[in-house]
Ligand binder design. Structure first.
Ligand SMILES: [Fe+2]
Length: 375
């Protein structure tokens, strides 16, 4: 398997059987892929509560888009059953595990994924997702559901180029490094004949039946493989005064970035205001998924754990009125850290909205700044 026309990362996979042997091909209904996406009109900042989303089932076919554009699609699903074997040949996926635990199984081997993990799946990797039974989840409350945010790119998802040396090693100033990446364990071997694999490619969704089970890779070598990175392993970079989001960048994709906001010391100048300023990131739409902690900037806006906000280009956004005063008062009382944790996706093309998310929208969010400021 190799990327960019034999000119980028690749791996050699040693199959016991020909990986070419297919015996049947059938068109599949593509519920998620054909879900309509509509422009953010009238132009509004948006707030969705993932707690109110009803999509549940397997991670592949039951994911439902929240928003997307020609560069990526962002979906959410509560995973309560194993997926079929799946190959996404339209681009890499980053699956962020919000709660619970899953086992990722692939031709390369497996990864035990848990809350806070980004699992990056290279384009074309045949894999499946198996949710852990609650009793098997180490350290998780018994009833915790398995909830994931899925970022499907139309290209490759990689560490930011500026974190890497010219030969691809993480530089010492980067907020994470090779030691933080958890590669697959393997080999993962399975017997079987006439095994169906769901394939998404640029023409739609197909079920291809393979003569032999694709999990027959006895070994592999190379630099292209799935891996996991836990958000808790991101080493935050802080400044004396407020640092803007590029310090939180975790991955880059075609026309988008993924950032991780993690627990960290507050800005440490005695006169700093350790909260974002009102800003207009004019070339981007900003999607934020609030995953843990207490998010000071959003106090009083209705946003909480499990919320997704969208702040589009064309709208100046910032902290809720009163949030700056509250955090300054907190510093005066001795507060020196923030425990906020969030995943942010900034896109350079507008994010379109999915119908599936509409039922989980807080229609009052857009007016929350004015409401709070007017009292
Ligand atoms: Fe922002």
């Amino acid at each position: 398997m190799g990327e960019e026309g034999f000119s980028s990362d690749s791996s050699l996979l040693y199959h016991a059987h020909p990986p070419t042997a297919i015996v049947k091909s059938e068109v599949l209904a593509d519920v998620a892929g054909e879900a309509p996406l509509v422009p953010n009109q009238p132009l509004l900042p948006r707030h969705y509560r993932t707690q109110d989303l009803t999509s549940r089932g397997d991670l592949v076919l039951s994911r439902r888009p929240l928003m997307g554009n020609d560069d990526l699609r962002i979906s959410f699903v509560t995973v309560d059953e194993p997926s079929d074997l799946y190959r996404n040949s339209t681009g890499d996926e980053a699956v962020y595990v919000h709660t619970g635990a899953l086992r990722f199984e692939s031709v390369y081997g497996w990864i035990e994924a848990t809350s806070g993990d980004y699992v990056v799946v290279p384009r074309g990797t045949i894999h499946r997702w198996i949710p852990a039974a609650p009793a098997e989840q180490v350290g998780a409350p018994a009833a915790e559901p398995v909830q994931v945010l899925v970022i499907e790119a139309r290209g490759h998802i990689r560490p930011p180029r500026r974190y890497l040396s010219t030969t691809g090693q993480f530089l010492e100033h980067a907020p994470y490094c090779e030691r933080d990446l958890r590669a697959v364990t393997g080999p993962l071997l399975a017997d079987g004949e006439d095994v169906p694999v769901i394939v998404r490619n640029r023409t739609g969704l197909t079920r291809l039946t393979y003569a032999w089970h694709p999990f027959d890779v006895v070994g592999w070598d190379g630099c292209l493989y799935p891996y996991a990175f836990n958000i808790a392993d991101f080493e935050p970079i802080v400044k004396r005064t407020h640092a803007p989001p590029p310090v939180h960048q975790t991955f880059e994709g075609p026309n988008f970035v993924i950032c991780s906001f993690c627990p960290r010391p507050l800005d440490f100048d005695p006169s700093s205001v350790p909260i974002p300023y009102n800003h207009h990131n004019v070339d981007s739409d900003e999607m934020m998924f609030y995953v843990a902690g207490d998010y000071s900037a959003r106090q009083g806006s209705g946003v909480g754990i499990g919320s997704v906000t969208l702040h589009p280009s064309g709208f100046t956004h910032g902290p809720a009125p009163g949030a700056a005063e509250a955090v300054i008062a907190g510093m005066a009382a001795g507060r020196i850290t923030t425990d906020e944790t969030a995943v942010m996706i900034d896109t350079f093309r507008p994010l379109l909205l999915a119908d599936a998310a509409a039922g989980a929208e807080d229609p009052e969010y857009a007016w929350s700044w004015a409401r709070a400021a007017r009292g």
